[in-house]
Design a protein around this ligand. Structure first.
Ligand code: NAP
Ligand code: GDD
Length: 355
């Protein structure tokens, strides 16, 4: 049985990758940070396999990308065949508030992990979660040959992580591959990323728990895909004969405004009645236009995304409507009759922590 170690297992991608690897027969080990409250909400359902009632083949270990000894300890204890480095301070806006921390965890953290691999000398395969943010202000479409023009402390930290991964591949012969993934979303997406912020808000507005949605730049364009399809590429990349760097995206870009139109429109609302602009959500430097040219992934791995923009919005909307106890309009139900109930009971949600 193969063993995989996932850093960032409690995040969106970590949770989907765990499910995939378990279904492929792996024993999965995940690194989590110590927290004063539970931080495993996305993977709690995996502890127990519903099909046979036995414990799933997943184990969690405490560790942190900021701490070399914890990485060394986890790798020595697990002796993994594959390591997926998904952990990061992954929020671009937050990286402007915490540039040093982001550089330490997202950038140097990758070096610490690679050093631990080099020192233990095992024959491990390593996946680095690189990002389309590396391209920054480079003209779209962006492919593996597009020069990096990072535009945030997060992107600069990821550029360091990307290049140090290449350096350890070239210098020490480590089987290390980087997936340069464009934005990918799901019902498990963190609540402060723009897609989830929108779908949550639309559902809360319908439920009468929120009145307005405060947003930043509506004109930036992103190539949004569906996270479960993207974690499959991570795994397939490590099964390939040779290590490689690979761009993953749908090849279709939309503005944040279009996402708003689609999400509000899905439940029959006009976003302009609810959305307000708040300057706190603008970034000192913005990435205007990300669009993947992912033909190498198609040629190398035969990978093609199936879920497109409208389906993605629908999947996320349906999940957030369900969380609010509302039914999907996709089943022909009328949601609008009750949408104003309760507004008087709620003021706008606290937005200060909402990036
Ligand atoms: P996410 O939901 O924000 O998850 C990040 C994970 O990293 C969480 O498990 C988090 O733990 C963990 N983490 C944060 N700081 C850590 C530290 N110091 N030590 C150990 N673990 C730490 O991110 P995601 O969307 O799943 O993305 C996964 C990776 O892909 C990230 O590296 C991200 O930068 C990159 N990426 C994401 C996208 C995208 O569109 N989603 C696109 C390209 C690249 P807690 O749960 O304790 O916070
Ligand atoms: N988060 C957020 N909140 N973004 C907003 C808002 C808002 O209220 N209003 C407008 N936006 C705009 C941002 O300025 C940005 O142009 C766009 O929406 C997308 O923002 P995010 O969803 O925060 O994602 P991101 O593109 O900055 O970064 C994500 O994708 C990267 C891959 O390209 C993250 O997942 C990164 O970790 C990942 O590397």
């Amino acid at each position: 049985m193969k063993k995989a170690l996932i850093t960032g297992i409690s995040g969106q991608d970590g949770s989907y990758l765990t499910e995939l690897l378990l279904s492929e027969g792996y024993q999965v080990h995940g690194m989590i940070r110590r927290s004063s409250t539970f931080n495993t909400g996305r993977i709690d359902h995996i502890y127990r396999d519903p099909h046979n009632g036995e414990k799933a083949k997943m184990r969690l270990h405490y560790g942190d990308l900021a701490s070399s000894d914890s990485l060394q300890n986890v790798i020595s204890a697990v002796e993994p065949d594959e390591i997926y480095n998904l952990a990061a301070q992954s929020h671009v806006r937050v990286s402007f508030d915490m540039p040093e921390y982001t550089g330490d965890v997202t950038g140097l953290g990758t070096l610490r992990l690679l050093e631990a691999i080099r020192r233990t000398g095992g024959n491990v395969r390593f996946y680095q979660a690189s990002t389309s943010e590396l391209f920054g202000s480079a003209s779209p479409p962006q492919s593996e040959t597009t020069p990096f023009e990072p535009q945030s402390p997060y992107a600069v930290a990821k550029a360091y992580a990307h290049w140090i991964t290449n350096n350890y591949r070239d210098g020490y012969g480590i089987f290390a591959s980087s997936g340069i993934l464009f934005n990918h979303e799901s019902p498990r997406r963190g609540e402060t990323f723009v897609t989830r912020k929108i779908t949550r808000a639309v559902a809360a507005i319908l439920a009468g728990r929120q009145k307005h949605l405060y947003m930043g730049n509506l004109d930036s364009k992103r190539d949004w895909g569906y996270a479960p399809e993207y974690v499959e590429v991570m795994w397939r990349l490590l099964q390939h004969d040779e290590p490689a760097d690979l761009v993953i995206g749908t090849g279709e870009a939309h503005t944040v405004r279009e996402f708003l139109e689609e999400a509000f429109g899905y439940v029959g609302l006009d976003y302009q009645e609810y959305v307000r602009i708040d300057p706190q959500y603008f970034r000192p430097t913005e990435v205007d236009y990300l669009l993947a040219e992912a033909s190498k992934a198609r040629d190398l791995l035969g990978w093609e995304p199936k879920i497109r923009f409208k389906d993605l919005v629908r999947i996320m909307m349906d999940a957030d409507l369900e969380l609010q106890g509302l039914e999907s309009p996709g089943e022909g139900k009328c949601l609008l009759a009750e949408r104003f109930d309760g507004w008087h009971r709620w003021e706008d949600q606290v937005v200060s922590m909402d990036k």
